[in-house]
Design a protein around this ligand. Structure first.
Ligand code: PLP
Length: 395
């Protein structure tokens, strides 16, 4: 029997055997060994001078932020990246003590108070924002300097000050009271593209910014530029730290990067068969009768639907694994349930486990497969699983 432990913070912590899991209609399984393996692979891949930031925003790409953060830090990551203040507070409430960088922008009094109170580290994107932080900390009588991270825009056209003003911006922040520059960073727009032209231009601009800062006599602290794709592409992009999300979860940012390092997918999506029936040729299945049985067939109803994060647009396109075999999903995917054609497998029983994403025997369905079918990226697939699905840690 498998030993399973539910992830704390998402559902009550308890040891369960496979029988007890009969009560669950659908769940997300998180393979903690695979997670730890990926982090260790990444740490080994980097030179000793380069630290690993595990990016755990969006509830660790749907994997459960507190547990992922714990394992990532235990396995060699130095710090954590999140998008928002509440995401960071969730980690602190989960007793995570590692440094946490908030990658998104923060401006308000409430956000700055929370950052100071919970010992979080903000990204500073503009001189105006830096002044707001400094003034607010002053008015709070904040005593120790707050570590802040300077964000430069080198071509992503998202957050950050234009790299041409890097020197001035860093000098301003350096002179402001209460702020301590912990790092200077930028983000790449095309790191997953096999054509590296744009990335090289951004790399040059980042180098230019560093030169400006050095020319002002300012000691450059930690520098970082790379996401997963850049980390796997070229060690000259690693600097003092890399900010890795997707690869931590065992997926490759692009097909051409699959040979860079061995990674194991961490997440599996599973659900149970809730009813099995035989339908006659010509019978319509599900809303709109978008599927009509071409022959008599054996149909399995499965307890998972689009409200759990199985995209409805995969209706009549996706496959699932049961008893190590691939079967086709039929009819429109509904809010809480979907149907499979299990005619090829004799004697399917209610309660049997269906793998929608993951591995059974020699068969595998990955988030990349879904992403391809849906014309999107695996990042969006992983983030799409709703909180109705318990996250179950498997060791
Ligand atoms: C999300 C994010 C990352 C991680 O990106 P991956 O492609 O998942 O590795 C790195 N840096 C910033 C600024 C991000 O927002």
């Amino acid at each position: 029997m498998l030993s399973r432990k539910q992830i704390p913070g998402v559902v009550p912590n308890q040891q369960c055997d496979t029988y007890a899991w009969f009560s669950q209609r659908a769940w997300v399984e998180i393979d903690l060994e695979a997670l730890s393996y990926n982090v260790k692979q990444l740490v080994q891949f980097l030179s000793p001078r380069t630290q690993l930031m595990a990016v755990v925003k969006a509830d660790a790409y749907g994997h459960g932020a507190v547990t992922v953060a714990q394992i990532a830090i235990q396995s060699g990551a130095s710090c954590l990246g999140v998008a928002t203040v509440p995401e960071a507070i969730q980690l602190r409430e989960g007793r995570i003590q590692a440094p946490i960088l908030i990658l998104g922008a923060t401006h308000t009094l409430e956000q700055i108070h929370a950052i100071a109170q919970w010992k979080l580290q903000p990204t500073l994107c503009s001189p105006k924002q830096a002044l707001v932080f400094s003034d607010t900390l002053e008015s709070m009588n904040y005593d120790s300097p707050l570590p802040v991270h300077i964000k430069l825009d080198t071509g992503m056209s998202r957050l950050g000050t234009n790299w041409r003003q890097a020197g001035e911006f860093v000098q301003l922040v350096q002179r402001l009271p209460h702020l301590d520059i912990a790092s200077i960073y930028s983000h790449l727009a095309t790191a997953d593209d096999p054509d590296t032209t744009v990335m090289e231009e951004q790399h040059k601009r980042f180098e230019d910014a560093i030169a400006q800062i050095k020319a002002m006599g300012i000691q450059v602290p930690c520098l970082h530029l790379a996401n997963s794709a850049a980390a796997l592409t070229d060690s000259s992009l690693h600097y003092d730290m890399v900010r890795v999300g997707l690869a931590v979860y065992g997926l490759y940012p692009a097909p051409h990067l699959q040979n860079a390092i061995d990674l194991k997918p961490v997440l599996e999506l599973k659900a149970r068969v809730t009813q099995v029936k035989t339908i006659a040729a010509g019978t319509g299945v599900s809303y709109g009768h978008q599927f009509i049985a071409p022959r008599e067939l054996r149909l399995a109803v499965v307890g998972i639907g689009y409200a759990d994060g199985v995209p409805r647009s995969l209706s009549n396109k996706m496959q699932a694994l049961i008893r190590g075999q691939r079967v086709s999903q039929i009819g429109t995917i509904t809010m809480d349930q979907l149907m499979l054609d299990v005619s090829a497998i004799p004697n399917i029983q209610e309660g049997e486990v269906v793998t929608l994403l993951g591995e059974q025997g020699k068969e595998q369905i990955s988030a990349d497969d879904w992403a391809k079918q849906l014309n999107t990226i695996s990042w969006e697939i992983l983030c799409g699983f709703k909180h109705r699905l318990p996250r179950v840690a498997v060791m």
